[in-house]
Ligand binder design. Structure first.
Ligand code: ADP
Ligand code: MG
Ligand code: MG
Length: 919
């Protein structure tokens, strides 16, 4: 009673919403957050919290949630309540650190680090040593007795702050730094002493005054606010947006900001900074892997300023720290049940962990690692499935060089093998040129001293990336691996002149446009064009390599076998010819979801017959041509049905507008005109004129919406008859040979049940006749493609005739959006840049619109015909994100191109395990 009364009582207020928490502390063995809070803390913040809770040595700090970034970017300011929350956490940090921001004798220095939910390497820069100013630098020097250290830290801070916050180009600072180095005849940054570094700081402050029109900010609290806001703003900078576009990361999630007490790898010879992986991210091999630099800070390791040392050497110079690092990272791998990519700093032989995350890896490494972790009993097969990005499997099917060809050519030089794969192409020296040359259809290799995040697009289009500096964890290496682009980095013998567009290596000069090739697995670079060859997996599938002799094939097969255990969706392939069906079957496709019969018309010697059929003036002439085509089609159907060995084969009746089989109108006009002038008596002329006349008759203003699909079958039923006979005869013959067959005859472009009824009657009549003639009964189905929106909207009616549905999502997308598939290129990019479209709807299904139509069609279809078999045969059938949706709406199968079958198998398993793609 009381309960009810109070619930209805108008005076009762909902309990006052707890003020939302926007700032999360970590330090002294305890954190407010944990690994599951990536949405708020970002990946880096969640990792720092988790490591802190695990009792690992992590410098204390706090994380400002990603949601604050979105607020800031909407309102261009931070609400006062959040500012207060930050102040409180700063106090808490000062207490934990035993130092005070801005204090002259005991200054707290912090790093300001961005970190979104999805890692975006190199996208937003970190600022180190914040809190320094002229007084604090002196204080630091007094406290540590180390002037070099104090001013090395200060010069780094002024440069990073100047660059990231005040947006002064790095080169301005580098120029001054080089000036001081030259003046002192120093070759490395470590050769500069405290006095020299003081001079660097003075010069840097001059740069700031000149370029920013204001003195370098001396007030630490102001420094912190400016740095925080700059990180928030950087979320929207063009290169960050470009990266998100490529990787389908939403624009609205924002980045967190981590403010963390500094520890110092630059106090001298007993300090260092480094990065590493618990396993090799290129090959997947179980080996401790990484690099470090003595007396250095932050990104020195990856920036290629000095050449870092391999991590094993740390065991010699600082054995205790090394052992602790190995212990901690092994623990982290077990804890996260995945390879970890970690960052650390050693200050006076004391180890601090600064980051851990799941390591990005090549598709090759992903398969090796997943199968190894299962073998080591660290994870289950189910978890292994979730560890591999389906899309990355495409890399295992990448090309390699023919070893014999490759061996013949001497290596020009060698670099670090950063990302596997064979790259061969013409040299370009800038990312922009890479894009331009590729658009012209030329394969390019991008050669750079070192890549930067601005190069992303150029890297994406290149065959491979070759750099002169940098280590295995440099930008080029990390991004190359992730994109699946072959990369060789740190090829130090290259002398690159980017302006003159050439490089020399061991006395040889290579100009822009010259061909080079390199092997991303060995690091060898050769000045030649070298043909590449199929990967081991492709060789096994083609039957030229014994699967037992290929370790990677066996792992690949094992992983996909696990995936098959968990997936509900069946996977078929789109295959038009018998050899494609065989490859698809070898990749694990069980059934053909789309066999486009007209593709058979393009086969050797067939086009003239098809043209005769089209040009025929009477039904009798048309039938004559069709009679010639019939045995050819029968032979193809025989091959495909046989390759699929009893699995269903969906054969689509002729679909495209007929003029696609005839020469182009403009070409014919030119030829006719030419013959009229040069050879008016030519016997060919009459034929050409007739062809031109027919082409003009067939000309349509809008062929995609014209005389095609079921409309052809209705107007020329003899085509449907011929195709049915070819299918059924092939099936009868195989049945007699003892081969099982399951043909599914599919009528395209149906928008009205009466269209289907008309064609189904033809198919059933001819099938019946044919079976009688052969004295064999076979089972076949007749169904409908659902690709015209009206077909989906009247699915309930269509299902009364159709024995199956197959969604043709290419046409369905085209007709739902009204975007021509062939013309979307003209505006897609602009749509994406303006965030009107996130993805190309022809690659990844638009679940809101096209998906709604599919959902409706499935529901109505199954209501009218319970258990109706439904699949999808558009390009989306091989796209992991779309597959996730098809799982949700309960389709029976997806069908995709043969090479994407493994991707679809894995994605279908992940979808069944209900994991969001990209998560
Ligand atoms: P990114 O996202 O580019 O990896 P990070 O925020 O991880 O950037 O910072 C880059 C590097 O800066 C770290 O690997 C580490 O070497 C250094 N760094 C960041 N925070 C600190 C800190 N509190 N103390 C010492 N070094 C730090
Ligand atoms: Mg960075
Ligand atoms: Mg980092």
């Amino acid at each position: 009673m009381a309960k009810r009364g109070s619930a209805k009582s108008p005076t009762r207020k909902t309990p006052k919403a707890r003020a939302r928490k926007y700032v999360y502390f970590f330090g002294k063995g305890k954190a407010d957050g944990n690994r599951s809070m990536k949405d708020q803390l970002g990946g880096k913040g969640a990792g720092l919290a988790e490591m802190t809770n695990a009792g690992l040595p992590v410098p204390p700090g706090f994380t400002i949630a990603s949601q604050v970034c979105s607020i800031y970017n909407r309102q261009a300011r931070i609400p006062a309540a959040i500012e207060r929350e930050i102040d409180e956490h700063l106090k808490r940090l000062e207490k934990a650190a035993g130092a005070t921001l801005g204090s002259a004798d005991n200054p707290l220095l912090v790093s300001v680090r961005s970190g979104a939910k999805f890692s975006m390497p190199g996208m937003m820069d970190t600022i180190l040593n914040l809190g320094l100013n002229d007084d604090a630098a002196e204080g630091l020097k007094r406290r540590t007795g180390n002037e070099r250290f104090a001013y090395d830290s200060y010069r780094r801070f002024v440069q990073m702050f100047g660059n990231v916050v005040l947006e002064i180009p790095k080169e301005e600072f580098e120029h001054e730094f080089e000036g001081v180095k030259k003046g002192r005849r120093a070759s490395l940054d470590t050769d500069l002493d405290g006095r020299a570094l003081r001079e660097v700081v003075d010069r840097y402050k001059g740069v700031v005054q000149r370029r920013a029109g204001r003195p370098f900010p001396q007030e630490p609290r102001e420094q912190l606010t400016m740095a925080r806001d700059a990180v928030f703003r950087s979320w929207m900078n063009p290169r960050a947006r470009e990266y998100r576009r490529i990787y389908h990361i939403p624009d609205d999630i924002g980045t967190a900001v981590n403010v963390q007490m500094m520890v110092f790898g630059n106090t001298g010879e007993r300090s260092a900074t480094g990065v590493g992986f618990t396993r090799n991210p290129a090959s997947g091999k179980k080996e401790f892997y990484g690099e470090f630099l003595i007396n250095a800070q932050g990104e020195d390791v990856v920036a290629g300023i000095r050449t870092p040392q391999p991590i094993r050497q740390l065991a010699e110079v600082m054995p205790n720290a090394y052992k602790q690092l190995r212990d901690i990272t092994t623990r982290l791998e077990r804890h996260y049940r995945d390879v970890q990519d970690f960052e650390f700093t050693i200050q006076d032989e004391q180890l601090f962990m600064l980051q851990t995350r799941s390591g990005k890896r090549t598709g090759y490494a992903a398969v090796v690692i997943a199968t190894d972790l299962v073998a080591e009993k660290l994870i289950t097969p189910k978890e292994a499935i979730l560890l591999v990005d389906p899309e990355s499997l495409i890399q295992l099917m990448a090309l390699g060089f023919d070893p014999d060809e490759w061996r013949k050519i001497p290596a020009a030089t060698r670099g670090l093998p950063a990302s596997p794969g064979a790259a061969s192409g013409q040299v370009v020296f800038s990312a922009d040129d890479a894009v331009i040359w590729t658009q012209r259809g030329q394969p390019v290799v991008l050669v750079r001293r070192e890549t930067t995040p601005d190069d992303i697009r150029g890297m994406f289009v290149s065959q491979g990336i070759l750099t002169a500096t940098g280590g295995m964890t440099s930008h080029a290496a990390v991004v190359g691996r992730q994109m699946g682009r072959p990369a060789v980095v740190g090829a130090g013998e290259l002398e690159i002149d980017e302006r003159a567009k050439r490089f020399t290596v061991n006395g040889k000069t290579v100009k822009e446009g010259d061909f080079i090739s390199f092997d991303g697995l060995s690091g060898e670079v050769k000045i030649a064009r070298v043909a590449s060859k199929p990967s081991e997996i492709l060789q096994v599938v083609a039957g030229t390599l014994d699967p037992k002799r290929s370790d990677i094939y066996q792992r690949f097969d094992k992983l996909l076998g696990w995936a098959d255990r968990y997936r509900r969706l069946e996977v078929r392939a789109n295959a038009d010819l018998p050899d494609q069906a065989e490859i698809a079957h070898a990749f694990g496709a069980r059934g053909v979801g789309l066999c486009r019969t007209e593709h058979m018309f393009f086969g050797e010697g067939r086009i003239p017959i098809v043209q005769r059929m089209i040009l025929a003036n009477s039904e009798a002439d048309r039938r004559k041509a069709l009679d010639e085509l019939m045995p050819l089609q029968r032979q193809d159907f025989y091959g495909i049905l046989k390759a699929m060995n009893g699995a269903p084969v969906t054969i689509r009746m002729i679909d495209p507008p007929l003029h696609e089989f005839l020469p182009r109108r403009e070409e014919l006009m030119v030829e006719v005109a030419r013959l009229e002038i040069t050879d008016p008596q030519s016997p060919a002329l009459a034929g050409k004129r007739r062809m031109l006349q027919r082409v003009e008759q067939l000309h349509e203003f809008n062929p995609m919406l014209g005389h095609r699909g079921v409309r052809l079958g209705i107007t020329y039923p003899e085509i449907t008859e011929m195709q049915t006979r070819a299918i059924v005869e092939a099936a009868c013959q195989l049945t007699k040979e003892g081969v099982k067959v399951a043909p599914e005859i599919m009528i395209p472009l149906v928008g009205d049940v009466r269209e289907l009824r008309d064609q189904k009657a033809v198919v059933d009549r001819v099938a019946d006749e044919t079976m009688k003639q052969h004295g064999v009964r076979i089972k076949y189905l007749v169904g409908s493609m659902i690709e015209v929106p009206r077909g989906a909207l009247t699915a309930g009616q269509i299902a009364t005739e159709a024995q199956f549905f197959s969604f043709g999502t290419n046409d369905l997308t085209q007709m739902t959006y009204g975007f021509s598939r062939d013309d979307i290129g003209k505006f897609l990019r602009i749509y994406q840049e303006r965030s009107i479209l996130d993805r190309d709807p022809f690659t990844t299904l638009d679940t809101d619109g096209v998906g709604a139509i599919i959902r409706f069609g499935v529901e109505r279809g199954r209501k009218a015909r319970p258990g109706l078999k439904i699949g999808i045969c558009g390009e989306h059938g091989g796209d992991p994100a779309s597959i996730h949706f098809f799982e949700q709406v309960g389709l029976d199968y997806v069908s995709c191109s043969p090479y994407r079958v493994p991707i679809a198998r894995l994605a279908a398993a992940q979808a069944a395990l209900s994991v969001k793609v990209g998560d």
